[in-house]
Structure formats: structure tokens, C-alpha cells
Ligand binder design. Structure first.
Ligand code: SIN
Length: 593
């Protein structure tokens, strides 16, 4: 029996949105590099009106579009705007799978605990509860929409484990091609819905400023640039009652990442410029096992999924010795931050730039059936995992923070919603639990659609946009990426962070008047890097994916979210409380660490 969606709507309706955090502490301002108020671009040459514009076409964006249409009725108009072709985002690169409570004996409470433990004290418990309890039914909806997960001999979902999970609860497809299969099914569903208009090769530039009836800042739509021919060519404006950001990650602020080239943080940057609150953006998860292709390798590198370790693969150093044993009760399957740090320490101890995954014991058949994508990437690089050790090193993988949202995906700006990697819904805390990300994209996309079906904002009149506009010279991007990798990467300290701040300051002075994709992306990378770097400078502790060797311990006084927001051309930071954890959760977390 595959999972079903029966009873989900009733359960969900009973949950309420918790009151917003009120107790906020401003932090001293850091002298920072000025940021643009908006991207310089020609005035919109065309305008379109829709009910909902979804920016991004991964699991979160496509689910949001489909669910809005289902819940808002047959006359609703939804537009999906995507920078490349519709299937080009991060979702299709997801290997390991999608975590949810499916196995006999597994429970919501256990998945919640594993998520909270991985999140190192910064998860919002109410958001985690929503994610885990609503997740199984959303996996069932994916099956109904045509996703073909791998099944075991009895026709049940085949489930594996990844780091931080105490149970087998990761469903996968095509062996290690889970994201690609989910994306295939969702793209097919979206393409058959006449109420969803897909605009490809379209970069969102900025959010259109609007006002609520009470005069508060709000979002009235987007401006975008469409590469193409016909009526939608060039810069345009889409007025919408709701803008749903689902633009994915920001991995391209680093020199080496698992993220595709499109992951330039366009949604995060546009939200920041519009006045949205970003939360916990210093927590960039470095995936421990990314194929090491030499010190000169740059850009997107192939992942060696944690599922390889979930199936029995081991981590060894250059002497062939396991080094995770004794470091954590789960050894190679410890939460991702623990494994990444242990690898970095082992590399420093040995004076090497990589360690190895040993998957030789899995045998050729398992490699072929279970990990065809990784097998192919390794063989292309001249490594045969059936007979060879696989060289790996940590690389930037996942943005744990993002645009702050409530449990319905709403941001502080009326009319603006966010889901998936671009959002900080509160489920990941300081370190995401493996394979919770596709689940987050699904669950919170559905909740946005439900909220919009209940209470669709009015179409707002865009205001005149007086924000200062400029663009960064795209030639600075490699230097920006090197700076972030060297000084604001997996291991940080004040000296490096100050050096990086000086570096960004200098790069920020290199501007261009030539608008175009390269300059827009470069400026977005710059805005995002400034937010990440300044937040990393502020957080004086080590927690989850934020590791500082000058503040090596977790500090009680920093058990707070860090919010960053634009104030004019500068960034301001404030601390906000984390939802109250129960004593049981705190105890479970402490004993696991
Ligand atoms: C992996 O397969 O190791 C990555 C999955 C994830 O990022 O959750």
C-alpha cells in the first residue's frame, strides 16, 4: 500500500499560526558596504495581471502553482516565472530523497526529534511539527501526481537512511535520481493545466512596492526580464495579488557548490531589497561528501549522496582508517554539520584536501541500480566506486535560513510569500536534517495555497519606485566567490570575516551601467553575500552549520534567531527568540550531541 492523503485537510485546519515573536534585540550596526535599493533596468515595457505569480519552478514552486489552482477555483490565474527552462533548478539534482514517516514503527515524534537535534536549537518546533505530521500525505500527493518512487519487494516505498535519522524514512526514485523524477511528474502536471502560464527564461528583477489599506509597505507584483520573442520580451511587470518566492538556493556565492549555476539567490536578494526580513542566513550547510575533482575545480560539483553511507558506505582518511567512529553515536551517519566538521578536521590533521567514501562493499549491482547517477559522475571523473575509494570534500550545499515566514508561508510584507529553500520557515534551524528539504518545499507550498484560498489579498496599485538603482560589474563574481569560500565558508573566524568584509567593500565599488543577466545576477550574489557575511560576523558562537574557531562553543545567549533586514543602503540585525522547546526535546538534543 502506498501512502494516502485521507483526512489531511481536517487535521491541518486545526493548527493555528503562532503569534509573531515580539521580543527583539537590535544588534550594534556593522559598518557595511552599501547595497542597491533595486536593480538598474529599463522601465517595464509590458504589464500582465494574474492572481498569483510564483517565482521558481522546483518542487516548491510547481507545487504552489498546482495547489493554488486546485484550491482557488477554475477561474484563478497563476503564472510561473522561471529563469531557465522549467526543469533547470536545484530540485532535479536532489539525489538522496524525501524524508517522511512511512515505515512500520516510525513515528512523527521520532522524526520531529531527529529534525530538532540536527537543527541545533534553532528550529521552530511548531514548524517542525507541521512539516513532519503533514509530510506523509504530501508524499502521497506526489505519488498521485505521477511520481514513481522505488518500491520494495512487497510494493511498499523502499526507504533508506541518511545522516541524523534514527530510522529508515527516506523515499527515493530512480535509485539516486529522486529530484529529477519528482520534477518530471510536477512539470507534466503543470503543463496540462490551462490556468497555469509558464514563462521561461525570465529573471525576476525586483518586487513591485505597494501599500496596504493601512499604509503599510506591501508587495504588488514583480518586475522581470524575459529573454524571448513576442509580447513578453524584455523588461515587464506582473501585477499580482500574491507573489510566491520559490527561487531555491544561493550556492553560487561560493566557488565550489553542489548547486546549479541558476542558484544565484535572486529571490532572496529581491526580498531583501524590498524590506523583507531574512532569518538565520549565516547557516550555510556544507555537504560533507562532494566529489573532489582537484583544488582547481570550480562551480557545480557532483554530490556523493549520504544515502551511500546510509546503505553501508564508510568514510576513511588517506591511511584507509575510519575516523567517524567515536565522534558521534551514529558515526558516518551523524548529522551533516558534525560529519562536515569532522572531515575538515581530519583534512587539517592529515594536511590533505580530501578524504574518501569507501563504497566498494556495496558491489557493482547496488551501485548500478541504487546509485546510477553517482556511478556515472564518478566514472566520468575516472573513478570506479566499485573498485576505488571516492575522493570527497565538503562544499556549499544548502541555505538553511532565508526569507522569514510564518506557518502559512507569509512574510512580513503583505502579498509576499516564500517556500522551499529560499524561505526560513523554521524547520531547519542551524542545520537541516538530510532529505527534509523536498518535504519542506511540498508542505509549505500547500499551506500557502490554502492560506490564499482562504484569504486572497487585493490587487494592489504599484507605487512609484524611488529606490536607488545600480549594478555590479559581473567581472567581480569569481573574486566574490573566492572571498566567500576562503573567509566565510565551512570554518570561520573574526580575522577572515573582517578580511571578507573589506573584500566585499572593494568589490562593491566596481559598478557597471550595462544592464543584463550577468550584471543582475552579479548584483544579487553581492546582496546575498553581504547578508550572509554580516550575519556570520554578528553570530559569535559555533552552532550547526556556522563554525567559528574563535568562538568554538555553542552559547546559550545565542540561542536566538538572527534577523537581517535592509535599512536604506545598509543592513541591520536583530535577535529574536526561538519558539519554546519542550524539556523533552531539549534533553533529547543534549544527549544526542
Ligand atoms: C544527499 O543525498 O546526500 C543530499 C540530500 C539532501 O541534501 O538532503
Amino acid at each position: 500500500m502506498l501512502p494516502t492523503t485521507a483526512g489531511l485537510d481536517d487535521e491541518r485546519a486545526e493548527r493555528t499560526v503562532p503569534p509573531p515573536a515580539v521580543e527583539e534585540h537590535p544588534l550594534p550596526r556593522l559598518a557595511g558596504t552599501p547595497l542597491p535599493g533595486r536593480l538598474a533596468a529599463e522601465a517595464p515595457g509590458w504589464t500582465r495581471e494574474v492572481d498569483v505569480v510564483v517565482v521558481g519552478s522546483g518542487v516548491a514552486g510547481l507545487t504552489a502553482a498546482l495547489e493554488c489552482r486546485e484550491r482557488m477555483g477554475p477561474d484563478s490565474l497563476v503564472m510561473v516565472v522561471t529563469k531557465d527552462v522549467v526543469a533547470a533548478g536545484s530540485t532535479r539534482w536532489a539525489q538522496g530523497g524525501i524524508a517522511s514517516v512511512q515505515a512500520e514503527g516510525d513515528t512523527v515524534a521520532e522524526h520531529v526529534t531527529d529534525t530538532l537535534v540536527a537543527g541545533a536549537g534553532l528550529c521552530e518546533p511548531a514548524a517542525v511539527e507541521v512539516l513532519v505530521s503533514e509530510g506523509p500525505a504530501e508524499v502521497a500527493t506526489l505519488v498521485e501526481r505521477g511520481t514513481q518512487f522505488d518500491l520494495d519487494a512487497s510494493g511498499q516505498l523502499a526507504l533508506t537512511r541518511e545522516g541524523g535519522h534514527h530510522r529508515n524514512r527516506i523515499a527515493h526514485a530512480g535509485g539516486d535520481a529522486t529530484g529529477a523524477e519528482i520534477e518530471r511528474a510536477l512539470v507534466a502536471s503543470v503543463r496540462t493545466d490551462p490556468g497555469i502560464e509558464i514563462v521561461e527564461q525570465a529573471l525576476v528583477l525586483d518586487l513591485l512596492p505597494g501599500r496596504t489599506e493601512d499604509g503599510a509597505p506591501a508587495v504588488a507584483g514583480i518586475t522581470l526580464h524575459v529573454l524571448g520573442e513576442g509580447t513578453r520580451q524584455g523588461v515587464g511587470a506582473v501585477r499580482a495579488r500574491a507573489v510566491v518566492l520559490a527561487t531555491g538556493g544561493i550556492g553560487q556565492i561560493y566557488a565550489v557548490t553542489t548547486n546549479p549555476p541558476v542558484s544565484t539567490g535572486d529571490g532572496v536578494a529581491a526580498a531583501l531589497r524590498a524590506g523583507a526580513r531574512l532569518r538565520d542566513v549565516e547557516f550555510i550547510q556544507f555537504h560533507p561528501t562532494v566529489l573532489f575533482l582537484g583544488t582547481g575545480a570550480r562551480g557545480q560539483l557532483p554530490l556523493v549522496s549520504e544515502a551511500v553511507r546510509g546503505e553501508g558506505g564508510l568514510l576513511v582518511n588517506s591511511a584507509g582508517e575510519r575516523f567517524m567512529v567515536g565522534q558521534h553515536e551514529l558515526a558516518e551517519l551523524a548529522p551533516r554539520d558534525v560529519v562536515a566538521k569532522a572531515i575538515m578536521k581530519e583534512m587539517a590533521r592529515e594536511g590533505t584536501d580530501h578524504v574518501y567514501v569507501d563504497g566498494r562493499m556495496l558491489g557493482e549491482e547496488t551501485w548500478r541500480v541504487r546509485f546510477p547517477t553517482i556511478l556515472h559522475s564518478c566514472r566520468v571523473a575516472g573513478i570506479d566506486p566499485v573498485t576505488d575509494l571516492i575522493p570527497v570534500a565538503p562544499a556549499a550545499h544548502y541555505f538553511c535560513g532565508g526569507v522569514e515566514t510564518d506557518l502559512d508561508g507569509a512574510t512580513n510584507l503583505p502579498g509576499l510569500y516564500a517556500c522551499g529553500e529560499v524561505a526560513s520557515s523554521g524547520v531547519h534551524g542551524a542545520n537541516r536534517l538530510a532529505s527534509n528539504s523536498l518535504l519542506e518545499g511540498l508542505v509549505f507550498a500547500v499551506r500557502i495555497a490554502e492560506a490564499l484560498a482562504r484569504d486572497l489579498p487585493p490587487l494592489r496599485e504599484p507605487l512609484e519606485d524611488a529606490r536607488e538603482a545600480w549594478l555590479l560589474d559581473p567581472a567581480v563574481v569569481p573574486a566574490l566567490q573566492r572571498t566567500m569560500s576562503r573567509d566565510c565558508g565551512g570554518l570561520r573566524n573574526a580575522t577572515g570575516l573582517e578580511r571578507a568584509a573589506g573584500g566585499l567593500d572593494r568589490l562593491g565599488g566596481r559598478r557597471t551601467t550595462e544592464a543584463g543577466l550577468a550584471a543582475w545576477e552579479a548584483t544579487n550574489l553581492f546582496c546575498v553575500a553581504a547578508a550572509v557575511l554580516s550575519s556570520a560576523r554578528q553570530r559569535e558562537e559555533s552552532r550547526g552549520a556556522h563554525w567559528r574557531d574563535d568562538f568554538g562553543e555553542r552559547r546559550e545567549s545565542w540561542q536566538r534567531h538572527l534577523v537581517v533586514q535592509a535599512d536604506g543602503d545598509q543592513l541591520v540585525h536583530r535577535l529574536t527568540p526561538v519558539g519554546t522547546e519542550t524539556a523533552a526535546e531539549t534533553a533529547a538534543e543534549e544527549s544526542a550531541r
